[in-house]
Design a protein. Structure first.
Length: 219
């Protein structure tokens, strides 16, 4: 189990030595303990950002801890980096410098591969949209597919169901496009209407557009 060190939102004091306010602390029996009292003060902070450096420093360090900070907007703790031994960090930095060019070339190859995969998937998603909704204008189907499949967006095209072109996921992507582009949904939200109420108000319009795009066998 990982050691977890917290960057607190508010200044807290160590339950043992009363030092504070603390920039980092552990929780022991729900009480903050400073790094000195926790025997972690000799570790150095490595911010997140470089996956290779983080992995190598963690592997080289006999003692390390995950540093987290509470995100109030998302209401969850998020990783900020690691505390590692200084010598381990130095070795990791040297290793990363030694193969920096090779890793850069690998990133370039991976980027090209991912771009090609994204193009193939967007084409496949467009085709599936037009199969399910043959009345949908082809350019609109392309726009829906491109929007739904943006890598890292968390949209329906990036879900497991979306990647497998499941009917429900494809329909959800089309429905979302209609909701935002063919109804007053966004205007209602900006006017302060609650999301569920706004969806209820535009539901009939959405169903009408979808019905007009369905093939004769689907109507």
């Amino acid at each position: 189990m990982d050691l977890v060190v917290i960057q607190p939102l508010k200044g807290r004091h160590c339950a043992e030595c009363r030092q504070g306010p603390l920039t980092m602390h552990l929780l022991e029996f729900n009480a903050p303990v400073c790094l000195d009292c926790a025997d972690l003060a000799h570790l150095v902070f490595l911010p997140r950002g470089s996956a290779a450096l983080t992995r190598r420093a963690r592997e080289a360090s006999s003692l390390w801890a995950v540093v987290v900070h509470f995100n109030r907007r998302r209401r969850r703790y998020e990783r900020q980096g690691l505390l590692v031994e200084e010598a381990a960090l130095a070795r990791a930095e040297s290793a990363c410098l030694a193969d920096a060019d090779a890793r850069a070339r690998r990133r370039e190859r991976d980027a090209v591969r991912r771009a090609a995969e994204d193009v193939r998937f967007t084409v496949a998603l467009t085709a599936e949209i037009l199969r399910l909704f043959p009345g949908c204008p082809p350019a609109r189907a392309e726009d829906i597919a491109a929007h739904a499949s943006v890598r890292g967006s968390g949209r329906v095209g990036r879900t497991a169901a979306g990647r497998s072109l499941a009917r429900a996921a494809v329909t959800a992507a089309v429905r979302a496009s209609v909701r935002h582009l063919d109804t007053d949904y966004d205007t209602l939200l900006m006017a302060g209407v609650a999301r569920q109420e706004a969806r209820a108000r535009v539901a009939a319009v959405i169903e009408g557009v979808l019905a007009s795009w369905l093939g004769p066998a689907e109507r």
